[in-house]
Design a protein around this ligand. Structure first.
Ligand code: SAJ
Length: 406
């Protein structure tokens, strides 16, 4: 039996994918409400293809519990935030999970850590507790790192088709875990050592953060000199070896705004480019606020209550609001004691912020100036509804006449 620890955005799809391929899986989470919901037939977040996977897994007997199971194979998928002061990884959730596992596991067990960690974390924080327990109780506990690469919005497809990395210090164990993932993963699986696997995952997300930071910097340069950044990036990307990402209102989610800080925290003197890119990305919500202010002035608008933000999630077509640029922007307004803006997002059903709308029509009716923060499909299909509005498009998706850009 496989005990998957942590039933969040990565753990749940992974548990369901394994169970739907006939593996015996129990998913464990300390959140009683989440476990109750999964046991009562209600999936805990929206994601393309996840409902079907959940139904199939339930039919095949997956179980959900708040209790760690006695078995010999664990997959740990708990959060790894960073410490805001030191910027280093905060390993407390993984440490707690591993301690709980060690109190129930069989004498020869394997613990696979999927959570993203900075290079060296497993050796520094996990191996000592495992070694201490093993020496006291004559246990053999194998540690493996299998970082995930799936992207919210296309998780189910990517779980099957992405290539993966598996880090293990014992090759035979690495191969055994590779065979486990091969039951559902059709991509290439590379087996390497733990530290290399830790580093590659962090580097992948850092590469993306730096690339987005570069695009955001280009947007500012182009604004200052009256050039169209999207046209420039589009043409540059025709070059066979150039691939610049898109500027935007900021970077959200739990990965790209977080993981690169691990490297900055661990290698402070060696990470100038990474740290400058992260700062550029972090400053984008404030830049958008300045654009809103300038555009209001240009249009003789004085009433901020007529400004509406379209989109609250951290990116398009998902319901995940973690670290979202819109939330960052609203937080900044609050700090400056400025009037809040109207907000609407078709994916966010619960009340998350003040002045939030749940109806697109009502939002449009009350808003003269729409700021596109997220390019959800709903908006792309209804762009002509913004024809009579002032529009600031932070995503480069609106072709209407007179639209303002970043
Ligand atoms: N963004 C831009 N411009 C772009 C692309 C993205 O501003 O050109 C913004 C998005 O709007 C969003 C943020 O960046 O706010 C992050 O979005 P994303 O789609 O780039 O990434 P995530 O956080 O959804 O998923 C990433 C992925 N990592 C990489 O592509 C290297 C995914 O493969 C990882 O599994 C995931 O992080 C993770 O869990 O680490």
């Amino acid at each position: 039996m496989i005990n998957v620890i942590g039933l969040g955005y990565i753990g749940l799809p992974t548990a369901l994918m394994m169970a739907s391929h006939g593996l015996n899986v129990v998913g464990t989470d300390y959140d009683e409400e989440r476990v109750a919901s999964l046991n009562n037939g209600t999936i805990t977040f929206q994601e393309k293809g996840l409902d079907e996977l959940y139904a199939k897994s339930c039919a095949l007997g997956i179980e959900f519990s708040t209790v760690y199971q006695e078995t010999d194979l664990y997959i740990v998928s708990v959060p790894t935030p960073y410490d805001p002061l030191s910027k280093q990884v905060d390993p407390s959730y993984i440490v707690t999970a591993v301690e709980e596992i060690l109190s129930v596991c069989q004498p020869e067990s394997t613990i696979v850590i999927e959570s993203t960690v900075s290079p060296g974390t497993i050796d520094r924080y996990i191996r000592p507790i495992v070694d201490m327990k093993s020496s006291k109780q004559e246990m053999t506990i194998h540690l493996v790192h299998a970082p995930e690469r799936i992207i919210p919005g296309n998780m189910v497809h990517e779980l099957i088709h992405n290539n993966r990395t598996i880090g293990a210090d014992d090759c035979a164990i690495g191969e055994r875990i590779k065979q486990l993932y091969e039951q559902f993963c059709e991509g290439e699986i590379i087996v390497t050592d733990i530290r290399t696997a830790e580093m590659t995952k962090v580097v992948e997300n850092t590469y993306r953060a730096v690339n987005i930071g570069f695009a955001n910097e280009l947007a500012k340069i182009c604004r200052q000199s009256g050039m169209d950044v999207y046209e420039i990036i589009r043409i540059c990307n025709q070059h066979p070896r150039v691939n610049i990402l898109k500027p935007g209102p900021g970077v959200g989610g739990h990965c790209i705004p977080v993981d690169p800080w691990f490297l900055v925290g661990d290698y402070p003197g060696l990470t100038d480019i990474i740290s400058a890119s992260m700062k550029t990305n972090d400053e984008m919500p404030a830049y958008v606020l300045r654009r809103i202010h300038d555009i209001m002035e240009e249009n003789g608008m004085t009433d901020p209550s007529l400004v509406g933000l379209y989109g609250l999630t951290y990116k398009e077509n998902v319901d995940d609001c973690r670290e979202s640029p819109t939330l960052q922007l609203l937080e900044r307004l609050k700090k400056n004691l400025a009037a809040p803006l109207r907000v609407y997002d078709p994916f966010v059903k619960r009340d998350l912020v003040d002045h939030q709308y749940h109806d697109f029509e009502a939002f449009l009716e009350d808003t003269d100036f729409v700021v596109i923060m997220v390019a959800h499909r709903q908006l792309l299909d209804n762009m002509d509804r913004l024809k009579d509005k002032i529009v600031l498009d932070t995503r480069g998706v609106c072709e209407l006449d007179g639209v303002y850009r970043l």
